[in-house]
Design a protein around this ligand. Structure first.
Ligand code: CA
Length: 229
């Protein structure tokens, strides 16, 4: 197995050095960038398994980098661990808005940080699901063949319903805003968008019957696929 690849985007040189040294010792391949713009480019070309992303960066900050990574299909599955100095922003950071998978507040201790990195890498990623099929809680979505099944029985979904279900199931637990679920609706009137997506979700829930309980409304945010229902 090849070494997991970690990209560190951090503007404090001493931190880059400490992290590079220690993560290399742990058997990771380490790449570094010292500003957001460069970090984003490296992520897009190297497609690391995980990005350690500092929140406060000169120029393009960590949140912008995070959003960019999440909005590009090529990079959206990369795990993101945010380094933050402000603990009060945590809800936002790991929430739908920013899309980080986890965070560690500065100043941090090395051991717990490495522990969190390893834990994140153990989480199944999109690539580890077999190809273009996701199967969770008895629901199977096959993107290549455009087939959705509930307990083995095919259900007929509209393209929009299909895409929404696929999006949510790829990352169970992560809340998606309405904008993210209807990604081609950018610029649409916000109220209309909200109504539209709620209609799609209602229809989707009806079609998957019992399993509708896994599609959870996240107040003030949107929806998510939750697996612990
Ligand atoms: Ca910084």
């Amino acid at each position: 197995m090849s070494k997991p690849k970690i990209l560190i985007i951090e503007d404090e040189r001493s931190l880059i050095e400490i992290l590079t040294y220690n993560l290399s010792n742990e058997g990771f391949e380490v790449l570094t960038a010292s500003d957001g713009q460069d970090g984003l480019r490296r992520a897009q070309t190297a497609i690391p398994d995980l990005v350690v992303l500092d929140l406060m960066l000169p120029g393009m900050d960590g949140l912008q980098v995070c959003r960019q990574l999440r909005s590009d299909p090529k990079t959206q599955a990369i795990r993101i661990l945010m380094l933050t100095a402000k603990s009060e922003e945590v809800d936002e950071i790991v929430g739908f808005n920013m899309g980080a998978d986890d965070y560690v507040s500065k100043p941090f201790k090395l051991k717990p940080l490495i522990h969190r990195i390893k834990a994140l890498l153990r989480r199944p990623s999109v690539e580890q699901q077999s190809g273009d099929i996701v199967a969770v809680e008895g629901i199977e979505v096959d993107r290549t063949n455009h087939v959705a099944k509930v307990d083995g029985t095919e259900v007929l979904l509209t393209p929009t319903e299909f895409r929404m279900l696929w999006t949510m199931m790829r990352r169970p637990g992560r809340p998606y805003s309405r904008n993210e679920l209807l990604d081609n609706a950018r610029g649409e009137d916000a109220n209309a968008l909200e109504r539209t997506i709620d209609v799609h979700i209602r229809s989707l829930r009806q079609k998957i019957g019992d399993k509708a309980r896994f599609i959870e409304t996240v107040r003030g945010v949107g929806y998510r696929f939750k697996t612990d229902a």
